[in-house]
Design a binder for this molecule. Structure first.
Ligand SMILES: [Zn+2]
Length: 163
């Protein structure tokens, strides 16, 4: 059984049909159905913990992202479909099985940069997955400002808006 959102393998042992499970990998809330499959449970708006420094809301086909570092606030506007596709591509990073060759440790961080077109120009999203380090997503705005957030929290914050 795997998470229908991110594909992470889940162990449903101890759960019964109707129970809720959390996917630890992506934060999705899932309900175990009587046929053993999982459905994604949409949480009512406002129940998610807000991510400090990043707010987002949808407007038609577009999503507005508001970044803040405590003093400055910046907004960019992008197509929901573009941002969703970017997050999907970024989710693929770091999910390959670790290399098994112990005498050749892979010390290179696993990273991927994708670009999303916004109203102000291209925005770069860079996810860096380095063994033992926090899993971060870096946004470089068209203005040149850089904001960094825990990757999973960004996904959790943005996914309900983009779907
Ligand atoms: Zn998941």
């Amino acid at each position: 059984m795997v998470c229908p959102v991110c594909g992470e393998p889940l162990d449903p042992e101890g759960y019964e049909a109707g129970d809720l499970l959390d996917c630890e990998a992506c934060g999705a809330v899932l309900r175990l159905l009587s046929d053993g499959s999982l459905e994604v449970v949409e949480l009512p708006e406002g129940e998610e913990e807000p991510l400090w420094g990043l707010e987002a809301y949808g407007e038609g086909d577009e999503v507005v992202l508001r970044f803040s570092d405590g003093t400055l606030e910046e907004e960019v506007r992008a197509l929901k479909a573009d941002l969703l596709e970017a997050l999907r591509r970024l989710e693929g990073v770091g999910e390959e099985a670790p290399k098994e060759v112990e005498d050749e440790p892979n010390l290179e961080p696993d990273h991927l940069t994708v670009h999303v077109e916004t109203d102000g120009g291209p925005m770069a999203l860079r996810r860096v997955v380095f063994p033992g380090a926090p899993d971060l997503l870096e946004f470089t705005l068209p203005s040149g400002s850089v904001y960094e957030f825990p990757f999973r929290q960004v996904v959790k914050t943005l996914r309900p808006i983009l779907l």
